[in-house]
Design a protein around this ligand. Structure first.
Ligand code: SF4
Length: 492
């Protein structure tokens, strides 16, 4: 996510500060395919022929005129990304980057990520960076790493800055830093790169000695000055926004979002911020990036009239079974809700402390469908205590009222989750945070062995006709980020 809120925060605290936001992800998304050389294979040759068209179609409405057309265009794009990395230990797709040269997140791998500046995501944007640096000489560089896939290019970028400007302070922050094992964070610090875990505002407050207390609990109007939105792959201008930090529920046993203290924006201030995105940037779609939009905020948005569309994560609460409320959400512009159902089994949901009733799921999906709101549902398989019978139950229940889009994942336990403190369930517990190179704990479950689960998922779950259809209609690479622009075969 581009750091619009942080830029605004800094500008209001340090008025004479000059700053630039560079969205190198968006830039790399264009530069990588533009630099691809035709390797002679049929796939690459075809993708190269369609190269310019592909890039332009993905960044305007034409690429999204039908789901079938989008799939073809996206496949050309995926082929372009894989063309020049196919023989290396790199896997680059539109939605992910796996750098096989660094298999872990231990100190040694992290050090090598910083020192290995030859990185397929960084190399193509270096000329752009050089251009910017000819007229802008930063006193401080901040790099935001939100996803695992951004770590190796982010660290390579830090290494590049450090080799060019020896004494330039470089700070790495972003949501992924809190997930990185401690030895990985220590390795970054040993290379004279500052690691900041937590809000960027707190870091800048300390270095600028900026005074003042945050109004509205630190929720600022984002400032996207200088960001080139034309690079973004979407049919309409879509911008992210958060209404809260942390999670208002924060009780799910498997989730580590409880590590951040919950706070949310004031309802009237939120509407002002939304209005400013509409008036200042002409935004047509807001994607709320909250872990779960708090119910009081949801009610406020439901009563708003901003002539935009919006989407975001919500919990499957009783409120969503109320047809009149869903109708209000639809009128306010909601066109997709992302909901973590996890399981349809009451016992498993209780063990998770999910705080929802699976009997509500079909009504929620039915209500949303009635008013044109798509449902993007998340399921989790392999939770401790879950058996194949539980999985079968979830499959059969979901088939009775299928959602529009689906993400079915195998359970993984982050060390910061409440369940990780239960040493009877987890081998290494919280001390896993210190295990070299591991992002997740090793879970012991006698109820279901991983190979059996994998077999069930591929031979039974994903082979089921209803599930296969939903998975086919769920954008393969950009998933929920692009699902929001489609309903089955219909364009945005
Ligand atoms: S899984 Fe979702 S609802 Fe549960 S604690 Fe985490 S963020 Fe909150």
């Amino acid at each position: 996510m581009i750091q619009g809120d942080l830029l605004n925060w800094c500008k209001t605290r340090v008025p004479d500060m000059q700053s630039r936001i560079l969205d190198l992800n968006a830039l790399a998304a264009w530069r990588i395919p533009q630099n691809v050389l035709d390797n002679g294979s049929r796939k690459c040759h075809r993708a190269c022929i369609h190269r310019e068209n592909t890039l332009h179609q993905l960044s305007d409405r034409t690429g999204y005129r039908s789901y079938a057309h989008y799939q073809t265009t996206m496949q050309f794009y995926a082929d372009l990304l894989s063309c020049n990395t196919v023989k290396q230990s790199l896997k680059l797709t539109p939605g992910d980057f796996v750098d096989g040269r660094f298999p872990g997140f231990d100190g040694e791998s992290i050090r090598r990520m910083i020192l290995t500046q030859d990185n397929p995501l960084l190399n193509p944007v270096i000329p752009d960076l050089e251009d910017i640096l000819t007229d802008f000489h930063p006193d401080q560089v901040g790099i935001s790493v939100t996803y695992r896939s951004q770590l190796s290019p982010g660290l390579a970028l830090a290494g590049w800055f450090r080799s060019r400007f020896r004494s330039l302070p470089i700070v790495i922050g972003g949501a992924f830093m809190a997930c990185l094992p401690l030895d990985g964070r220590e390795a970054i610090a040993e290379e004279n790169i500052i690691v900041h875990v937590g809000r960027g505002e707190d870091y800048f407050r300390s270095i600028f000695a900026a005074g003042g207390t945050d109004t509205h609990l630190g929720f600022s109007e984002p400032d996207f000055t200088g960001v080139d939105f034309s690079l973004y792959f979407s049919p309409v201008l879509t911008l992210p926004m958060i209404t809260s930090r942390g999670c208002y529920w924060a009780k799910c046993e498997f989730c580590d979002e409880c590590r951040e203290t919950f706070r949310m924006d004031d309802c009237d201030h939120l509407l002002k911020r939304m209005m400013s995105l509409v008036c200042k940037y002409g935004v047509q779609h807001i994607h709320f990036c909250d872990h779960a939009i708090p119910p009081v905020i949801l009610r406020q948005i439901a009563g708003s009239d901003l002539s935009i569309r919006w989407s975001g994560f919500v919990r499957a609460t009783t409120e969503l079974t109320d047809m009149a409320f869903i109708r209000q959400l639809a009128i306010s512009g909601c066109n997709m809700l992302q909901i973590g159902f996890e399981s349809y089994d009451n016992g498993i949901l209780s063990a998770m402390n999910k705080g929802v009733n699976p009997e509500h799921y079909p009504t929620i999906i039915r209500n949303c469908r009635k008013f044109g709101i798509r449902t993007y549902v998340y399921l989790m398989f392999g939770y401790p205590g879950q058996t194949i019978e539980h999985c079968e139950g979830t499959l059969e229940s979901m088939k009775r009222m299928p959602p529009d889009f689906l993400n079915a994942a195998i359970f993984r336990l982050p060390p910061g989750a409440p369940l990780a403190r239960d040493r009877f369930t987890v081998k290494n517990g919280v001390t896993d945070q210190h295990s070299p190179g591991r992002l997740y704990c090793d879970v012991q479950s006698d109820a279901l062995f991983l190979p059996d689960l994998r077999r069930w998922l591929s031979k039974r779950f994903k082979s089921d006709e209803t599930i296969r259809k939903i998975i086919k209609n769920t954008p393969h690479y950009y998933k929920s980020s692009h699902a929001v622009y489609f309903r089955a075969d219909n364009a945005y």
